[in-house]
Design a protein around this ligand. Structure first.
Ligand SMILES: *[C@@H]1O[C@H](CO)[C@@H](O)[C@H](O)[C@H]1NC(C)=O
Ligand SMILES: *[C@@H]1O[C@H](CO)[C@@H](O)[C@H](O)[C@H]1NC(C)=O
Ligand SMILES: *[C@@H]1O[C@H](CO)[C@@H](O)[C@H](O)[C@H]1NC(C)=O
Length: 391
């Protein structure tokens, strides 16, 4: 009985701990309760296990994740989670994906086994293909997308899983003022049929947009507040009289204008990547934790408010922040390795507004202890109830 009592005491301690943890996470959930997505890039050798990442994501109430591949470990870790997944086929797959039987096999191996447990809603076929100098890759893009879509149709998955690709903002030759947005002349031959395909299957046009790049190239011309969503005068598009208080919205509307110029106003634009680095090389002006916190914090607030852009006020912006973690193996300037909201150890890189900080990532070991204790509590209460019923 002594033993049972002490177990009960520790049990009630854990119950109150549990309630405490739950009420904290409830608070966080309320604060972070918005429909933003996040890019879960894995070009690193030090990232936490997908099961740990699943705990972190849950505490953030992030509802959408974008992967650059179809990592089965991640898809399994998020089974039964309610998180919606965009998965990716890298550029190296495009040639094979123009072959119907290879496309079908890929879906059978990478989508179907996880599909019943994990919400896979979209496949991006290729990433920033028009930013490569590879004409063959550009020629393969649309056939690969069509073939993957056809394979989804024949497997009966096309209603749940859509097909698209993600573009660099550099596919535009003109983006200012937003109403005169236009695609690069040399890409029109590829983009016109691509847009027709998007309209036909009703899939979104994805763009990776980084006001940071524009700012860092012109820090003396572009007001920092305008790119960070801070109070500022903004700009007015002389053709439409629409007022822009931030660069990202201007970029999104420039993409809508470019698409419209090619005869389509039936395609939704979504932001597959945007973000701000917390660190960079000395010449990468603006890459600081303070700016990154303002950019991402202010952006999340706007997502929470379900804002649309000036040209599409009724279409809430749909955004995947880049990225969940700093990725130490990314090539290029230092900024490339510093886009994460988190360090690989689960600590936030900076505190983003909303409630001031992102929660620490609970370690998997701790949550195992917690679940063992919950289990013990249940067993103990059961024994206790048995004891009582005997009396
Ligand atoms: C979590 O976020 C979703 C949007 O993704 C929102 O609908 C839901 O209300 C949020 N949950 C809470 C408890 O805030
Ligand atoms: C493309 O298909 C060939 C032949 O089936 C295979 O050997 C190759 O590994 C595939 N390429 C990729 C990137 O999967
Ligand atoms: C494409 O070619 C241009 C000019 O040759 C070069 O400056 C650029 O870095 C290349 N881009 C890629 C992604 O290889």
């Amino acid at each position: 009985m002594m033993m049972i009592r002490s177990v009960i005491r520790s049990c009630s301690f854990f119950v109150s701990m549990l309630l405490f943890v739950l009420s904290i996470s409830d608070l966080l959930v309320k604060i972070h309760g918005h429909g933003f997505g996040i890019n879960y890039g894995q070009i690193a050798n030090n990232l936490p296990l997908p099961s740990q990442v699943a705990v972190l994501i849950k505490s953030l109430n992030v509802s959408k994740i974008k992967l650059y591949d179809a990592d089965p470990n991640v898809l399994v870790a998020f089974s039964e989670s309610n998180v919606e997944f965009v998965i990716g086929l890298g550029n190296e797959y495009l040639e094979n994906m123009t072959n119907p039987s290879k496309a079908q096999t890929w879906i059978q191996q990478h989508v179907q086994p996880y599909f019943s447990q994990t919400k896979i809603t979209c496949i991006t076929v290729g990433n920033e293909v028009f930013n490569s100098n590879d004409t063959q890759l550009m020629l393969n893009l649309l056939p690969a997308m069509q073939t993957v879509h056809d394979a989804l149709v024949s497997l009966g998955l096309d209603q749940q899983v859509t097909v698209t690709t993600a573009h660099s903002f550099n596919t535009l030759s003109n983006s200012y003022p937003p109403s005169s947005g236009a695609f690069r002349e040399d890409l029109v031959q590829y983009i016109q049929p691509l847009l027709d395909f998007h309209a036909q299957i009703n899939s979104p046009f994805l763009i990776n947009a980084y006001p940071f790049f524009t700012y860092k190239d012109n820090p003396n011309i572009i007001p920092l507040n305008y790119v960070l969503f801070q109070p500022n005068q903004g700009t007015v598009d002389p053709n439409t009289n629409l007022h822009y208080d931030n660069m990202l919205y201007a970029q999104i509307d420039a993409v809508y204008a470019a698409i419209k110029q090619m005869g389509h106003d039936d395609i939704q634009v979504r932001i597959s990547e945007t973000g701000w680095p917390s660190n960079g090389d000395p010449e990468e002006v603006g890459a600081t934790p303070q700016n990154a916190a303002l950019y991402n914090g202010n952006l999340l607030k706007r997502i929470e408010q379900k804002q649309g852009t000036p040209a599409k006020p009724l279409v809430p912006i749909d955004i995947y922040v880049f990225a969940l973690f700093n990725e130490d193996l990314k090539p290029g300037p230092a900024s490339e390795r510093n886009y994460g909201l988190y360090y690989p150890n689960g600590n936030p890189v900076y505190n983003i507004e909303l409630k001031g900080y992102l929660p620490q990532m609970p370690m998997a070991a701790k949550s195992n202890i917690l679940s063992v204790n919950i289990f013990l509590c249940i067993v103990t209460s059961f024994i206790f109830a048995l004891e009582l019923s005997r009396w």
